[in-house]
Design a protein around this ligand. Structure first.
Ligand code: NAD
Length: 484
């Protein structure tokens, strides 16, 4: 493996050095290659996703293939515009000058992806890296082996083997990769491994993007939602935002729900009904829910609810089938806040419902905890909405829905604080893998002599004017002077 890492790294370096990845034509051909791959191999993708996570093909299309197709189409449409340099205004002190920002690729980039969206979270950053003109090495997660193998087998068939590579493996391979110098590391995964990535990157002063997780809360402010239709829509979106995305194994999935105490039992009853509608009476026989990724995660989840105080708070579900790695959609009412289920990211189909006296108290509850990747607020109360935006910090806030922000690539996607840093999606992906180089052009013909020694007092007012006024200011000043 070490040899593969070494050889891959050398070849990618060489490809970048000889400018293979720079042209718009190369970038577009790779992006089109990815589109072809997604089109030609859709059935293989569905099968791999079924093997790794028991995901239904429709869910796979919604959360992975569809998102990638959309991302590729947007990138292909906008690439020329994104690659173009942009003119900037240059202050008077540098007159006569013109300035521009020229995006340039960072070089050879390393992408680590996680297992829960093993295709989407691997290829979406690859799209940004290629669009920005980089050579890329992707290491998919070893915990989704069928998808990892799919990528390793098919990427070389559709993309330039000299400039885009997939290396499979787990932590040992990752460590070997981290010993090499990269020009950017883009990591999706846990905060624990995020720390390993950052310290390895520090050795080479490599910039990193960390897409981490955390506990994404949802607030359901039932009092502000008056129509029964809207209430039903809100409940449906909460239930789906918890269980409907890889069975809760999603960084942007709802981790816990806050409701005011007077509505708690109505909310729980409606959620139970909705769970039945979405997954039937016997959800374990239904193929709409993904499976837990492996036994380790299954046991981790089981441990979360085995604590007697937590077990006592289960008000719906709780059954588990280790052989089939299936966990029933489960609701807990006010589990102890110091229990692991409320201090660690759940990453599974358990939904703690936390009650507060007044729904406004949810804002303090959230802001006294680590910053999540997303906050979801189901409310028609504009005051509460504004309060959440102003008084909490998170990667993003979504009102009256969950998850959907992930598909909106005109908005930057990424965390803050414990949920990571750096942004991607759409143009933000291009920027994440580019350096915006400052280019300043001056003429040799005009000289502002007051900017050079020998220093005299009469040069000072000119310098003051140059720093304090802009061209328009000077223009107005001159007009003003003339009028006098
Ligand atoms: P993980 O941190 O265990 O693994 C992520 C990647 O790191 C994998 O490729 C893995 O092989 C590699 N890795 C594992 N050990 C390593 C080591 N010692 N050194 C270097 N690399 C190592 O994460 P995971 O279990 O795959 O994913 C779950 C986590 O990812 C959750 O916390 C979730 O919230 C987060 N996540 C975040 C996003 C996001 O977009 N922000 C998306 C999905 C998942």
């Amino acid at each position: 493996m070490e040899v593969q890492v070494e050889e891959s790294w050398e070849e990618l370096r060489e490809s970048f050095r000889n400018r293979r990845t720079r042209s718009a034509a190369w970038r577009k051909s790779q992006l089109r290659g990815l589109l072809r791959l997604l089109h030609d191999k859709e059935t293989d993708i569905f099968n791999a996703m079924k093997d790794d996570l028991g995901k239904h093909p429709t869910e796979t299309y919604r959360d992975e293939v569809g998102i990638l197709v959309k991302s590729l189409n947007l990138t292909l449409t906008c690439l020329d515009k994104w690659m173009a340099s942009s003119k900037v205004h240059v202050p008077l002190v540098a007159f006569p000058t013109s300035g521009e920002i020229v995006p340039e690729p960072l070089g050879v980039v390393l992408i680590f992806s996680s297992w829960n969206f093993p295709l989407g979270l691997a290829l979406d950053p690859v799209i940004g890296a290629i669009a920005a003109g980089n050579a890329v090495l992707l290491k998919p997660s070893e915990l989704a082996p069928a998808c990892s193998l799919f990528l390793a087998k098919n990427i070389p068939l559709y993309l330039d083997r000299k400039a885009v590579k997939v290396v499979e493996g787990g932590a040992t391979t990752a460590e070997q990769l981290l010993n090499k110098k990269w020009d950017k590391i883009f990591f999706t995964g846990s905060a624990r491994v995020g720390r390993v990535i950052m310290s390895a990157a520090a050795n080479h002063l490599t910039p990193v993007t960390l897409e981490l997780g955390g506990k994404c809360p949802a607030i359901l402010d039932l009092s502000s939602i008056s129509s029964s239709r809207d209430r039903a829509a809100a409940i449906k979106r909460v239930v789906s935002g918890k269980y409907g995305l890889c069975s809760g194994q999603a960084c942007v999935g709802i981790d816990y729900l806050i409701v005011d105490e007077k509505h708690a039992s109505a909310v729980i009853d409606s959620m139970k009904e909705r769970i039945k509608k979405l997954y039937g009476d016997k959800p374990w026989e239904n193929n709409s829910m993904s499976r837990i990724v492996n036994q380790n995660h299954f046991r981790r989840l089981r441990n979360l609810i085995e604590d007697p105080a937590v077990a006592a708070s289960i008000v719906h579900g709780g059954s588990m089938d280790e052989e089939n790695l299936f966990i029933e959609p489960t609701i807990l009412l006010d589990p102890p806040l110091e229990a692991e289920i409320m201090t660690e990211e759940i990453f599974g189909p358990f939904l703690p419902v936390i009650t507060v006296k007044r729904i406004q108290d949810s804002v303090d509850f959230i802001s006294s905890r680590p910053q999540p990747l997303a906050i979801y607020v189901f409310s028609n109360d504009e005051t509460l909405r504004r309060q959440v935006i102003a008084e909490t910090s998170s990667g993003g806030v979504t009102f009256n829905d969950a998850i959907i922000q992930f598909a909106c690539d005109t908005l930057p996607f990424g965390g803050v604080g414990q949920s990571g840093f750096g942004k991607y999606h759409g143009k933000f992906s291009f920027d994440a893998f580019s350096h915006g180089k400052s280019v300043l052009r001056r003429s040799l013909k005009t000289e502002m002599s007051f900017g050079y020694p020998p220093w005299t007092d009469h040069k000072l007012p000119f310098l003051r004017a140059a720093y304090n006024f802009d061209y328009i200011g000077i223009f107005l000043l001159l007009i003003g002077l003339k009028r006098k």
